[in-house]
Design a protein around this ligand. Structure first.
Ligand code: SAH
Ligand code: SF4
Length: 374
């Protein structure tokens, strides 16, 4: 029997396997680095300086369509509009909260996927929270995005488009975007190649020029990728979503812990600190009766003592269909103070935009539910 006549066995990849749903590349201008754009334009017969012009329009002027790139020949503008579109994301809805200081945008991708981006304006900085996947395969117990499973990775360009839009939004308000955090939907280190490409594009000094120290990658703890990131000579801030000081509890909250338990995670974190010289932050979503006792605070302090790190407590944003609750303010302060008394630098980060479902994945979840109901 030849291979072609053998019965076909449907081998569907597992739906939630992180490596399977790849984003094909490039989708648009934002997916390319400047050298790649130069190469493409030169190959198409244009002088290399045209690439720098396009780059300047896209990233310095933040022009959102080729028609606005006035000093380019019309033929080039048309060619770029069809081969390297700029409109990778279409805004579906924008909501504001916190007296207009939190702006959340729901976008639709070219293939109809929904994703979220949040711009947060503070007195001293403006931060955009970027999504890197549609859904997420990790499935943390308390997370709205985790409930969806993974639909697909976003391409680097779809991430850059979120930052470019946030920059426009900030500029319209007379502000400059200063920080990028990968704390929206998805697990950046399970979309490693596109995440790295994204960081390199927004880091490029000829473009947005966001310094590595202004970029934060948040991860649920994909150990081999933390090790790889430490080797990239790109000392971005690393935030590790710890949420529990022991494997028994952490495996319940963050299932990837079964594969990469705390000891292995902390070894990778120590390696990251040593190689980059950067202070790592541990995120800790505080949940009433789950991970908020004095005893657990002391266990956490003992676990982290001696590291160049700090703990960021995020009082839980309750998700409608999940049973987890936020402790009361006194409980939150007590937990934070126990850590501080034990010598662990600790901050409490109240999420912005609670009334607009700004927590990761919540707005998209509602939009999907409404779409299914209609
Ligand atoms: N996947 C990455 C980054 C996105 S989530 C990660 O898990 O680190 C960004 C942060 O928000 C993570 O620390 C995550 O655990 C936390 N988070 C998710 N859902 C939350 C919720 N309902 N309330 C508070 N924090 C939440
Ligand atoms: Fe994924 Fe992060 Fe949500 Fe966990 S918390 S399910 S890793 S997005």
């Amino acid at each position: 029997m030849t291979a072609s006549s053998s019965p076909q066995i449907a081998t569907r990849p597992p739906r939630n396997h992180a490596a399977t749903p790849r984003a094909s590349r490039p989708r648009g201008l934002y997916d390319l680095t400047l050298p790649e754009l130069e190469e493409r334009l030169v190959a198409a017969g244009y002088p290399a300086y045209r690439a720098r012009q396009v780059w300047g329009w896209a990233y310095r002027q933040l022009v959102g369509d080729y028609a606005g790139m006035r000093n380019l020949p019309a033929a080039l503008r048309e060619e770029l509009a069809t081969t390297l579109p700029l409109d990778l994301l279409t805004p579906v809805r924008t909501l504001t909260a916190d007296d207009g200081e939190t702006i959340k945008t729901l976008y639709r991708t070219g293939d109809g996927q929904l994703l979220e981006t949040v711009l947060m304006l503070y007195p001293d900085r403006a931060t955009v929270c970027v999504s890197c996947q549609v859904g997420c395969a990790v499935g943390c117990a308390f997370c709205a995005t985790g409930l969806m499973g993974l639909t697909r990775n976003l391409s680097a360009g779809e991430m850059v488009a979120q930052v470019a839009s946030a920059m426009r939004e900030a500029r319209q308000r007379g502000r400059a975007l200063t920080n990028v955090v990968m704390m929206g939907m998805g697990e950046p280190l399970q979309n490693y190649a596109e995440t790295l490409r994204f960081i390199r594009i927004i880091h490029d000094l000829d473009g947005l020029g966001l310094g590595a120290r202004r970029i934060t990658v948040s991860t649920s703890g994909i150990v081999p990728r933390i090790e790889a990131l430490a080797e990239e000579a790109l000392p971005v801030n690393l935030a590790v979503s710890l949420h529990a000081p022991n494997d028994e509890l952490r495996s319940r909250l963050v299932p990837i812990n079964q594969r990469y338990p705390i000891a292995a995670l902390l070894e990778a974190v120590d390696d990251y600190i040593e190689k980059t010289g950067r202070r790592v932050s541990f995120e800790y979503a505080l949940m009433r009766g789950i991970n908020d006792s004095e005893e657990i605070a002391r266990e956490l302090a003992a676990l982290l003592r001696g590291r160049l790190c700090h703990v960021n407590i995020i009082p839980l944003n309750p998700v409608d269909v999940l049973p987890y609750e936020r402790p009361d303010p006194a409980g939150i302060e007590r937990f934070a103070n126990t850590l501080r008394a034990a010598g662990i630098p600790t901050t409490v980060r109240y999420s912005r935009g609670l009334d607009i479902d700004a927590a990761c994945g919540q707005l998209r979840a509602k939009e999907e539910a409404a779409r299914q109901a209609s």
